[in-house]
Design a protein around this ligand. Structure first.
Ligand SMILES: Cc1cc2nc3c(=O)[nH]c(=O)nc-3n(C[C@H](O)[C@H](O)[C@H](O)COP(=O)(O)O)c2cc1C
Ligand code: SF4
Length: 484
């Protein structure tokens, strides 16, 4: 009999929610009362070293929509999403969405690209977000907007929505099998990597010239940057030792610093990872067992190679110290990969079409990300940190958000899926307005299932705009067929 977990919505009082957390034996900071702006912890500006103020402690996470043009420009749907980011009230906008540094690195044929020919469109996109923020909040000097730069590595689908055209750094014993990569499939050469570094630096220069105040050199979620961090079996200067596995990041960061003076730098990275999870006969996720000839699983950055599924933060701390030494200002702490262990990245009650039923109460996943981020923040306190994975908390987002910021476990609370269903949440919390119950993301995962099935992403269950789109019916049909 498969295990179901209690829903959040019926936990009507703070006491009930707190009791439930306690019964799970996990630690989640929680404030029973919320102090709205001004004076509340979430309304307190964060002042960067050079005096730049970020007006509050909410961050909008990068959320792509699989809905750009095939030549990498934003469509009306992208504009709508970015305007929603602007009206959210959050003062830190982390990247908008993954934007490829060149065509072959796209995760889907409709991913945005930052190229000479798309710059003007991306400039308008950023401006639309800023204008929307100005219109709603009357001030943008305390807003910080960055662009997330990406190459999708193992998960590139640049030409067809369902056809992987991977760029891999090493042969992974489990992921190769899962994603049908043959033994003799070529790995990227050192020369190809050297060449790609130049694309990141040129992309950063373009981003700066069109007004973005920082770029994120993305290293999370199984994409190329993240794969470098686990390239322990790769020979040569980009694999093996920590020094070599972080060379790609270092070269890009140093290149951006020398070519783009004044541009701030952020890195979003997966702070821990685990082996892939696969559905069992009841569709519940189980970790795939694998040990190499030394009895280890060495491919989980931030994982203990000797104990499958255990977190070990020595290398992530070393990485953050390295970033700090180089001059990175902001880090966004995410986890694992939505492609092979999605419950770790995005705790959810309902799985996406390529996922599985949660092997743990999703609250445990939220607590894990909060705890890991707190350990990292304590170890490297001068880096500005953004935490991830809060959307599953639903009604209790404000209580947990305020507590983690007040207790200095994190500097900014990042909101991903909840921004699709309820963009105004930060503004409502800060203004002390009653929250809109039926806008809370209930983690139905339609925003992932839709793109996995070749459709644009969006909150089909809760956002009226998407409810009315033809894809909504198609999605219902697919979910019924898949018994999701
Ligand atoms: C539809 C969708 C699109 C996403 N796009 C991106 C992206 O472009 N870049 C990125 O770093 N993370 C992306 N993520 C991950 C989110 O930023 C976030 O880490 C994750 O959803 C967990 O946070 P949440 O619980 O607030 O949703 C995406 C997630 C979803 C569901
Ligand atoms: S589709 Fe909407 S409710 Fe479902 S996970 Fe995405 S944002 Fe949340």
């Amino acid at each position: 009999m498969k295990k179901m977990y209690p829903h959040i919505a019926p936990m009507k009082t703070a006491m009930k929610f707190k009791d439930y957390i306690e019964s799970l034996n996990v630690q989640i900071p929680f404030d029973s009362d919320i102090w709205p702006a001004p004076g509340g912890p979430l309304a307190e500006p964060y002042v960067l070293k050079d005096g730049k103020r970020i007006g509050n402690r909410f961050c909008i996470q990068p959320m792509e929509g699989w809905d750009g043009t095939t030549d990498g420009r934003p469509t009306e749907l992208v504009f709508r999403r970015w305007k929603n980011f602007g009206l959210s009230g959050a003062k830190l906008i982390w990247g908008g969405e993954a934007t490829a540094v060149r065509p072959d690195g796209r995760a889907n044929p409709n991913q945005l690209m930052i190229l000479d020919q798309t710059m003007q469109d991306l400039e308008q996109l950023r401006q639309a977000l800023v204008d929307e923020h100005q219109n709603h909040f009357g001030q943008v000097s305390d807003l910080l907007v960055g662009l997330q730069l990406t190459h999708s590595g193992r998960f590139c689908k640049p030409n067809e929505k369902t056809k992987l055209e991977p760029k891999i750094l090493y042969h992974h014993p489990l992921l190769d099998k899962l994603f049908n990569i043959e033994q003799d499939y070529p790995v990227m050469t050192d020369a190809e990597i050297d060449d790609l570094i130049g694309y990141y630096i040129r992309a950063a220069k373009r981003a700066q010239s069109i007004g973005f105040e920082f770029v994120d050199v993305k290293h999370c979620h199984g994409y190329l940057g993240h794969e470098f961090l686990s390239a322990v079996t790769r020979p040569g200067i980009y694999g093996g030792s920590f020094e070599n596995r972080t060379r790609f990041m270092r070269e890009i960061l140093k290149g951006i610093q020398s070519e783009c003076p004044g541009l701030r730098i952020g890195v979003r990275f997966s702070t821990f990872d685990m082996p892939p999870f696969r559905p069992d006969e009841e569709n519940v996720g189980h970790m795939v067992e694998y040990r190499d000839e030394n009895g280890c699983y060495p491919f989980a950055f931030g994982g203990d190679p000797h104990v499958l599924g255990e977190i070990l933060l020595d290398e992530p701390i070393q990485l953050m110290k390295m970033m700090e030494d180089i001059g990175v200002e902001l880090v966004n702490l995410s986890a694992a990969s939505p492609y092979y262990n999605p419950h770790l990245t995005r705790p959810a009650y309902y799985p996406p079409s390529d996922g599985y039923l949660p092997p743990e109460d999703p609250i445990v996943g939220v607590a894990r990300q909060i705890q890991v981020a707190a350990v990292l923040k304590a170890a490297v306190p001068n880096l500005v940190t953004v935490g991830s994975g809060y959307s599953y908390l639903q009604e209790w987002i404000p209580n947990v958000a305020q507590a983690v910021v007040r207790e200095k476990k994190i500097d900014f609370v990042g909101l991903g899926r909840s921004t699709l269903s309820y963009p105004e949440l930060p503004a409502d919390v800060l203004a002390g307005r009653p929250l809109v119950k039926n806008h809370f993301c209930r983690t139905f995962s339609d925003c992932t299932t839709a793109p996995r099935k070749g459709m644009v992403s969006g909150c089909y269950p809760l956002d009226d705009f998407y409810k009315k789109r033809p894809e909504a019916d198609e999605l219902k049909r697919i979910k019924k067929e898949l018994k999701l």
